[in-house]
Design a protein. Sequence first.
Length: 284
Amino acid sequence: MGSSNPGSSPIPARSKDSSRSPHRPTSALAAPSTITVHAPDKLIASQGATTVRLVANQQYFGFEARVFRAGAERVLARMAAQGPQQTRIDFRNLGADFHLDAAASWTLLSALLAGGLLRPDGMNGYHLTERFRQYALASVVAPLSRARARALIETACSVATRINAESTRNPFQIKVVAVSGSYMSRRDPLPELSLWVVLRPRWEAPARHSRHSLSKGDALRQILTAVSALSSFIVVRIVAHRRDVQRPFSVVFQASEDMADVPVPAWDRVRDWGASISRRLHSK
């Protein structure tokens, strides 16, 4: 679930119309949104935000987030005004849209090519990719401070409690929620909030729930969506065992042990469910 680097070349020169100094760009893409089924004895499923988000005060291709998005919006607006036949771009009109001199325009062009935002057209020009449009239309969000991350963790724990108590059609309960990754460091702000969910089968009145239970895929989707929807910074991973959580980690939610702990054979069923979902997705 790693993030991708949007470009490694800062802009060395700007025209006098631009007052920002260049810095190394940072990543803008969150984790994928669809359920990804992995080896059933380890990571069962994962989910994060789908859209490109730009973090305020961070650098993208040498520009502060809002400045880069504004330049990208000007590119889209100019091309829309030219009509569908005018889909090519070159370093001159790119520089004009971003208010750059010639040297900085070439540097930006190279960075956008490397980042997958432009592609050559074979005639000394370039076409925009869908990734460029995503950046131009991206939301600029506030950085994820450690204090805000703590508040999100508390909310995620409340969501886990609610799922366990109220989502009676879901054949799973959340046994443990753990946090790992950058939250375990001293970083502030954080690039993402990595939450790990350990499941156990729901045992209350199985005969009553079996007929109307969610499918295993829909059950995983329900849990993933409920937690990841709290913030575009959250990446959720579902595993069958606490030992599969990325280390170091901290347990932030532990389900009540009033119910007897799930025996080993039941966890074999969790792994089988993950394998069946994997086969179903691969067959599509």
